[in-house]
Design a binder for this molecule. Structure first.
Ligand SMILES: Nc1ncnc2c1ncn2[C@@H]1O[C@H](COP(=O)(O)OP(=O)(O)OP(=O)(O)O)[C@@H](O)[C@H]1O
Ligand SMILES: [Mg+2]
Length: 133
């Protein structure tokens, strides 16, 4: 995994606890791109360490969620409102395109992305996919 070395060097603990592996509607390359972008954000938010948790949740018979959550710095209200706007970034050298792309790709799969975040506590991003019949 692309982040292995970065995680090993950091004080971030990873919890990966899928309870099922359902088939979803997506494409491998784009899914990798989405996860890379979310993991990068999570690790960037936990520069002082924390826990990165990846889980799967089934929503209802039609869907499944991939949940990426971190115990990093979190976002304030303005940041939450702006997060999916192109070129919004709070990072030096950030492009502000990561979440925009995540949203576009999820919508192309017929899915969606939602974000919950609390300043000083952390952030949870939910990717909801259509399950394949
Ligand atoms: N997990 C997170 N924790 C805290 N803030 C976050 C998190 N994810 C996103 N953000 C906030 O949302 C902004 C936009 O994120 P986005 O991934 O779109 O761009 P970026 O990370 O700044 O740059 P890049 O285009 O390189 O990804 C970030 O600059 C940051 O302020
Ligand atoms: Mg990013």
């Amino acid at each position: 995994m692309a982040f292995e070395q970065q995680i090993a060097k950091s004080a971030v603990q990873v919890v990966f606890a899928p309870t099922q592996t359902p088939m979803v509607l997506s494409q491998h390359v784009q899914l990798t791109q989405i996860l890379n972008s979310l993991l990068a954000n999570a690790l960037e938010a936990m520069d002082k360490g924390g826990t990165l948790t990846l889980t799967l949740e089934s929503t209802d018979s039609h869907g499944v969620c991939v949940v990426v959550s971190d115990t990093g710095k979190g976002m304030n209200e303005e940041q939450r409102n702006m997060a999916f706007r192109p070129f919004f970034t709070t990072k030096r050298g950030g492009l502000g395109v990561g979440l925009v792309l995540v949203k576009r790709i999820m919508e192309r799969f017929g899915g969606a992305v939602t974000l919950e975040s609390c300043e000083g506590e952390g952030t949870t991003v939910r990717l909801s996919f259509k399950r394949l019949p």
